[in-house]
Design a protein around this ligand. Structure first.
Ligand code: PGA
Length: 244
C-alpha cells in the first residue's frame, strides 16, 4: 500500500512569528492517522526554525530547491549536504515556478533529484503542462518527456523519488483539475513507473488543492496525496487536506 502524503509548499512566504504559530498549530493538530504522512517545504532561512519546531513530531520538513552540485563556486546555491544538516527529509525539484522563472530544464531537474538522493533526501520531482500545451493536446507528451528525463538520469534510483503532477494552469489560480482530469495523467504516470520498475512511487497532485476538493482528488486510484501551496499556510485547512 502506497499510503497518502501531503506536502505543503510555502513558496516565498513566511516570517519568524507567523511560522512559529503555524508550526505549533500543525504539530498539535496532526494526529498522523495510519497511512498518512505530512511534510512542509519551507524557504531556506526557516529550515533551522522548522527543525527546532518539528523535531520529534510526525511532520517532516524540507526545502524548495537544491543545487545539483556538492560544493564550490555556485553563488546563491544550497547543496543537498547542507539540507541534510538541517534535518530535511524532502526537497522539491523542478517546480514549474523554477522552470518558468529560473530557466530550469529537464536535465537540471534530473541532476538535482540525483543530488538529493545521493544525500539521502527524497526529491519531490514536479511535472506538469501549461494551459497552451493542454489546449494543444500535448499534456501526456509533455509530462512523459519530463518523466523520461528524470528516469534517464536516475535509473534504479527512480524508485526512491516522489512525483508531483502539477498542471501549471491549476497552480495558484483557484482552478483545480477535476478528479478525472487529474487521474488520467496520474494513471499515465503510474504506467510509466510500473514499466520502469518503480510501481510503489507516490504520485501527488498539486494545483489549487483545498480542504473542499482534497477528498475527491485523493479518492482517485493513482493520486497518492497532494502538494499544496496557498492552502498550506492555513493550519486548519492544511490539516484537513492531509487527513482527507
Ligand atoms: P497552489 O500551489 O496550491 O497554491 O495552487 C501548488 C504548488 O505550486 O505547489
Amino acid at each position: 500500500m502506497r499510503g497518502k502524503l501531503t506536502v505543503g509548499n510555502w513558496k516565498m512566504n513566511g516570517g519568524l512569528t507567523a511560522n512559529s504559530a503555524l508550526f505549533s498549530a500543525l504539530r498539535t493538530g496532526w494526529k498522523a492517522p495510519k497511512g498518512r504522512e505530512m511534510g512542509l517545504c519551507v524557504p531556506f532561512p526557516y529550515l533551522a526554525q522548522a527543525r527546532e519546531a518539528l523535531s520529534g513530531s510526525a511532520i517532516g520538513w524540507g526545502a524548495q530547491d537544491v543545487s545539483a552540485h556538492a560544493a564550490g563556486a555556485y553563488t546563491g546555491e544550497v547543496s543537498a549536504g547542507m539540507l541534510v544538516e538541517f534535518g530535511c527529509r524532502y526537497v522539491l525539484v523542478g517546480h514549474s515556478e523554477r522552470r518558468q522563472f529560473h530557466g530550469e530544464a529537464d536535465a537540471d531537474v534530473g541532476a538535482k533529484a540525483a543530488a538529493a538522493l545521493a544525500a539521502g533526501i527524497v526529491p519531490l520531482v514536479c511535472m506538469g503542462e501549461t494551459l497552451a500545451e493542454r489546449d494543444a493536446g500535448q499534456t501526456l507528451a509533455v509530462v512523459g518527456r519530463q518523466f523520461d528525463a528524470a528516469a534517464a538520469v536516475l535509473g534504479v534510483q527512480l524508485a526512491r523519488i516522489v512525483v508531483a503532477y502539477e498542471p501549471v494552469w491549476a497552480i495558484g489560480t483557484g482552478r483545480t483539475a477535476s478528479p478525472s482530469e487529474a487521474q488520467a495523467v496520474h494513471g499515465f504516470l503510474r504506467q510509466q513507473l510500473v514499466a520502469a520498475g518503480a510501481a510503489e512511487v507516490k504520485v501527488l497532485y498539486g494545483g489549487s488543492v483545498k480542504a473542499a476538493n482534497a477528498a475527491e482528488l485523493f479518492a482517485m486510484p493513482d493520486i497518492d496525496g497532494g502538494l499544496v501551496g496557498g492552502a498550506s499556510l492555513d493550519a486548519k485547512e492544511f490539516l484537513a487536506i492531509a487527513a482527507a
